[in-house]
Each structure stands twice: as C-alpha cells, then as structure tokens.
Design a protein around this ligand. Structure first.
Ligand code: PH2
Ligand code: MG
Ligand code: MG
Length: 163
C-alpha cells in the first residue's frame, strides 16, 4: 500500500462542482482520503488570459500501480468534459498524480513525482495543509520544507517588462 498525493484544479465552468465531483470519485477508489480546502489561485504559465483557478490536494492510500491511477484520473477528467485544445488551456478539471509512496518513474507521459510540483505553490500549499510530512523521494524533502523553500524565494513577475 502506498500513500498517494493528487493535485486538483479547475478554472472553467462550475469550479467547485468539478472539484466536489472529483473528490467523491476519488473517495470511492482511494482509502483514507483526506482533502484540503479549496484555494483560489492565479493561473501560472497560461499562454493567454485565463480565469482564476480553484486548487486543492488529496492524500490517501492505494495498492494500485501508477498507470492504473493515471487512467482513473483521466477517466474522472473525461466525465467533466475535459478538453485539451493547447497546453495549459483553461480546464473544467485537472487531476495530477504528484507522489506515490517512494515510486520514482521517468516514462513517456508518466513522470512521478510530478516534474514541476516543487515550484508550484498552488500544489504545495494545499498539500502542506493535509500532509506536511509527506516526503518527496527525489529530494528527500518534506512537503512542508518544499513550501518554505518557495516561500523564501522572491516571486517572479509573470511577464518580464520589455519582452
Ligand atoms: N495548472 C497548470 C498550469 N497553471 N495555475 C494554477 N493556478 N493552478 C493550476 O492548477 C495550474 C496552473 C497545468 O496543469
Ligand atoms: Mg496540471
Ligand atoms: Mg494534468
């Protein structure tokens, strides 16, 4: 049995309803599911202006392998009509597999831990609320430590002047 951490995000349509739906689906397949509050966040790396996100994190226990979890997350996204017109387009529901116990995987379309989660406040903040002691097997740091690390760094402007 592995501890699994999932990031939830929505910035299209009824954001709260999309996240509530995902939580009820996850609760049906993942043991001891705990869910953070919902955080309203500014879009990061959006190629065009986008609505604000609602982000959350969920943690639980599962014996399912990574590919099976990924397939489940994509199926739940599909149930909310997730479309992918271009990278980082606004979306009804995004479910990302962040951590799965000590699993480290670097395969096509499946990288665990999630390759960008250590820089993403919208992932770390909700996750630190429910599982600050969870350890990233790549860096050996806890979620709580990773969050303080980005807290200490100056916030970069989203667009640089003159570019
Ligand atoms: N997801 C992204 C890119 N940017 N920004 C916020 N605030 N929240 C997200 O969930 C998010 C994002 C790629 O999936
Ligand atoms: Mg994502
Ligand atoms: Mg995703």
């Amino acid at each position: 049995m592995d501890r699994v951490a999932i990031a939830l995000g929505s910035n299209l349509g009824d954001r709260r309803a999309h996240l509530d739906f995902a939580v009820s689906r996850l609760r049906a397949s993942i043991l001891n599911l705990r869910v953070s509050r919902y955080y309203e966040t500014e879009p990061v790396d959006a190629p065009e202006p986008e609505p604000l996100f609602l982000n959350a994190a969920a943690v639980g226990d599962t014996a399912a392998p990574a590919r099976e979890i990924l397939a489940m997350l994509m199926a739940i996204e599909q149930e909310r009509g997730r479309a992918r017109p271009f990278q980082n387009a606004a979306r009804t529901l995004d479910l990302d597999l962040i951590l799965l116990g000590n699993v480290v995987l670097n395969e096509e379309r499946l990288v665990i831990p999630h390759p960008r989660f250590r820089e993403r406040r919208f992932v770390l903040e909700p996750l630190a609320e429910i599982a600050p002691d969870l350890v990233d097997p790549v860096t050996g740091s806890t979620i709580g430590t990773l969050l303080t690390t980005i807290n200490a760094e100056p916030q970069r402007p989203r667009t640089l002047p003159g570019t």
